[in-house]
Design a protein around this ligand. Structure first.
Ligand code: KG4
Ligand code: ZN
Length: 345
């Protein structure tokens, strides 16, 4: 089964060809990061326009690199949510047109489930049936949640951020520190030469008096907007000097607060569990990887990460998940609409 995957939920225009859910024949990602850099964040209108102009070439390149012909493609898989509505629309309508033209089935894929599937693509990746049940920390620019994957295709949302995603906290923090966009990699880099105990930023737990919020256990939910405000106030009270020698330590302290919050929520989720995984763009963060890895080692459970090229947004995870039989398909799939607020389960 050769599946062409298409991903346009945010600011990466991506296409991939994956065989049997795991064997990646081609994985093409066109990043729009240079287009959004002047604005310090993703501008939805700019993103969708760029998807329109780039997607045909990105798809063509994926087919070429796969070494297959159009006739070898057995299905077209596409992300239909969650994400930016106008960006999702470009991918979904292109995928519908392609599937119709090729006379092949269309498969609608949930972006969060695809991030989780990124653990299972590539030659050396484990078999999901052997890993389940496990806890997945999904951390990206748009999402932060904890999911229990009970069996392939069976997801339970345990907790999520009440406001900003972890990646957003990195991006906005980096912006305030003058480190540019995207902020996650920039903070990760400069923090290596800083002291993480330089500023004591809050690791606030949300809604202390409430046990459950929106049906979710508050112990498994998080919030990053207070942390962002703390950085703003810190910088107001301690303006950066011309030399900016304090930036690495402020960045390291800020990063440590985000990472500590995520590790703490994972600890709460891991009671009675055997395996933890981290997926999404923020799972590339060096400090998060170290701290989660150390915790897993000391607690004696398995810790999984996706291969680096499958952590941030890509279409291999989309085609891969579709190859396992998951996703929306069937006679009504051509009337599938984008769902910007789609939940993981
Ligand atoms: O998964 P992704 O590509 O897109 C979404 O689905 O949102 O994640 C992008 C996010 C951005 O916020 C970026 O700053 C963050 O991942 N990121 C990182 C690192 N690399 C990317 N955050 C922290 N440390 C990194 N090394
Ligand atoms: Zn994503």
């Amino acid at each position: 089964m050769n599946i062409l995957g298409i991903e346009t939920s945010c600011d990466e225009t991506a296409a991939a060809v994956v065989r049997d859910g795991r064997d990646v024949l081609a994985n093409v990602v066109f990043s729009q990061v240079d287009l959004h850099r002047p604005y310090g964040g993703v501008v939805p209108e700019v993103a969708s326009r760029s998807h329109v102009t780039s997607l045909p070439d990105v798809i063509r390149e994926a087919i070429e690199r796969s070494g297959l012909g159009w006739q070898d493609i057995d299905a077209v898989a596409v992300t239909y949510g969650p994400g930016l509505a106008s960006s999702l629309l470009v991918g979904l309508s292109s995928a519908k047109a392609l599937a119709m033209r090729l006379g092949k089935p269309l498969i609608g894929i949930n972006h969060l489930q695809a991030h989780i599937h990124s653990l299972f693509i590539g030659r050396d990746s484990p078999d999901p049936r052997e890993v389940c049940p496990f806890i997945a920390l999904v951390v990206s620019g748009g999402h932060t949640c904890l999911v229990r994957v009970e069996a392939p295709g069976r997801y339970v949302l345990l907790g999520q951020t009440m406001d900003d995603a972890a990646g957003e906290a990195f991006d906005k923090g980096a912006n305030m520190l003058g480190l540019g966009y995207p902020g996650g990699p920039a903070i990760d880099r400069v923090a290596r030469s800083g002291r993480a105990d330089y500023v004591k930023f809050p690791r606030g737990r949300q809604l202390k008096d409430t046990a459950r919020v929106g049906g979710l256990d508050v112990e498994l939910c998080c919030s990053f907007s207070g942390l962002k405000t703390s950085l703003l106030y810190y910088l107001r009270d301690h303006p950066l000097s011309g030399e900016r020698s304090e930036v690495p330590s402020i960045a390291a302290s800020y990063q440590e607060a985000i990472v500590d919050t995520l590790v703490d929520r994972c600890r709460s989720a891991m009671r009675g569990e055997r395996c933890l995984a981290a997926v999404g763009g923020v799972s590339l963060n060096g400090r998060l990887r170290t701290k989660l890895g150390d915790y897993a080692k000391s607690a004696g459970f398995r810790f999984l990460l996706a291969e680096p090229q499958y952590c941030a947004d890509n279409a291999a995870m989309v085609a891969g998940l579709a190859g396992t039989g998951q996703g929306v398909s069937g006679p009504d799939v051509m009337s599938l609409d984008v769902d910007p607020n789609l939940d993981v389960a």
